[in-house]
Structures are given as C-alpha cells and as structure tokens.
Design a protein. Structure first.
Length: 124
C-alpha cells in the first residue's frame, strides 16, 4: 500500500511555500477530521434536502437521542449546521454548503466505486 505523506504540489514547487497552501491544507484536514464519523455524514446527508428536528433525524438514523444531540452540537459549533428554534423543537439545516458538497462528492464516489467492476476500483 503506497501512502503519500506530503501534499501534492505543482511541478517543481514545494508544497508549503509562502502561497497560503499550508492554511488551505490545514482547513481541509480540519474538515475531514470533523466528517470522519459515519453518523455525522449520515446527519449531513439527511439534512441535504430539508431541515429536520432531532425526532425526524432519529427516524432516519439509528442512534440514541443523547448521541445524536452530541453530534448535532459538534456540527453546529463547527458551522456545518445551522439551527432555529420553533417552540420546544430545534430544527437543523445545512449551514456550510462546502461541507455538504464534500460529503456528497466523497460518498457518491465511494458508492460508484463499490458498483464498479473489481478491476476499475482504486487499489490501496
């Protein structure tokens, strides 16, 4: 298994010269860390079409209410989700299109690769 340890730079240029690429890679790594939990990906996916409250999310995603609330709070603090209160209910929606787009793209690519013939899949 071949693993790259350094970011890919343009031909002949160091990956972290003073062009701001280090900050971009740091931000990308932070976002990937935040999304590295399957339940968070499921939450984002469930909210892509419309906002939902915790009860509605629990119908879509099999977990406990305290666990769901913890992940929703983490995603909200990070700006990935936005929320609004209506009476006693809190409704969550996508707050970062960047995170939702990344989630969709990665999950869709993996699904496509899972459906591809064995010879067409990426090798690790």
């Amino acid at each position: 298994m071949k693993t790259e340890t350094a970011p890919v730079a343009q031909a002949g240029a160091p990956a972290d010269e003073g062009d701001g690429s280090a900050e971009v890679f740091d931000a990308a790594a932070d976002l990937f860390r935040l999304l590295a939990t399957p339940i968070r990906l499921k939450i984002i996916s469930a909210l892509c079409e419309r906002e939902k409250n915790v009860s509605q999310l629990l119908q879509d995603i099999h977990t406990t209410q305290p666990n769901m609330s913890q992940h929703l709070a983490t995603l909200h603090r990070a700006g990935v989700l936005a929320r609004r209160r209506e009476g006693t209910q809190i409704y969550y929606r996508i707050g970062s299109q960047r995170a939702a787009t990344l989630c969709r793209a990665v999950c869709m690519q993996i699904a496509l690769e899972d459906d591809a013939p064995a010879g067409d899949k990426l090798r690790s």
